[in-house]
Write a protein that binds this ligand. Structure first.
Ligand SMILES: Nc1ncnc2c1ncn2[C@@H]1O[C@H](COP(=O)(O)OP(=O)(O)OP(=O)(O)O)[C@@H](O)[C@H]1O
Ligand SMILES: [Mg+2]
Length: 224
């Protein structure tokens, strides 16, 4: 298994007080390498909360998270950051591209914390991805000079630049019109198929959910 969540509990506020609100309750989830899953559920049901736990951006109150059989719950902040950088790619509803950087620079940005110079191989990989999604012409443009769909495609490539094992997407098509949303959905599916990347996407879009191998619904703090 690539990822295992065991008996995960997570809420907000001070446990044991009135302010506490349980969001995930004794949740279990397993994800095999190469699978693509959608997570759906009403607003406030805990989809982003779950994705933040899987993405090691937040810690559960109890339970264990294992990645490739190794427990990551209990890692230090630095270890979690290294883990994220090495294994995960993120795509959000809003692209979060750096406004002052070009498409090309935004795509290469996740490689910089590794300290080394960006290699020829990495540049070739970036070029391959940018061409593949059809925005090579726009590579020197800044986000303000690109369309919403182009920005979101850039964000998808940025998530792939580190060759992650797992991509986490939170409403990746949420800010796009129908045509662009469909194009991005196809792209996510195609890229994860071609590159063998595992994909977890939170979505309100039934079109996107239908394209995945499995669909889970968060209900009463658990996955069905
Ligand atoms: N940092 C926080 N502090 C307190 N409560 C929070 C926090 N983050 C989320 N919540 C609450 O936890 C619940 C689940 O939130 P979450 O963001 O996971 O929902 P969601 O399923 O992603 O919803 P949406 O579809 O609207 O994005 C909500 O009731 C929310 O108000
Ligand atoms: Mg959310």
């Amino acid at each position: 298994m690539l990822l295992q969540l065991q008996n995960i509990t997570k809420g907000y506020g001070e446990p044991g007080t009135h302010s506490y609100r349980a969001v995930l309750k004794d949740l279990n989830f397993e994800l095999a390498q190469g699978t693509k899953v959608a997570i759906v559920g009403p607003s406030g049901s805990g989809k982003t909360t779950l994705l933040n736990l899987i993405g090691a951006l937040d810690q559960p109150e109890s339970g264990r998270i294992l990645f490739e059989g190794k427990e990551i719950t209990g890692y230090s902040k630095t270890e979690l950051a290294t883990f994220r950088n090495k294994h995960l790619g993120f795509v959000f509803q809003l692209h979060h591209l750096m406004p002052q950087l070009s498409l090309w620079e935004n795509v290469l940005l996740p490689l910089l914390p590794q300290g080394n110079k960006i290699s020829k191989e990495q540049k070739d990989w970036a070029e391959y991805l940018i061409k593949k999604v059809g925005i090579w012409e726009q590579r020197y443009q800044k986000p303000s000079e690109m369309s919403g769909g182009e920005c979101q495609r850039t964000a998808v490539i940025r998530a792939l630049i580190n060759k992650p094992k797992l991509i986490l997407a939170d409403e990746p098509t949420g800010a796009l019109d129908e045509e662009n949303a469909t194009a991005l959905t196809d792209l996510l599916k195609q890229l994860s198929d071609d590159e063998g990347v595992t994909l977890v996407t939170v979505t309100h879009s039934s079109v996107l959910a239908e394209q995945m191998d499995k669909k889970f619904t968060i209900r009463k703090g658990n996955l069905e």
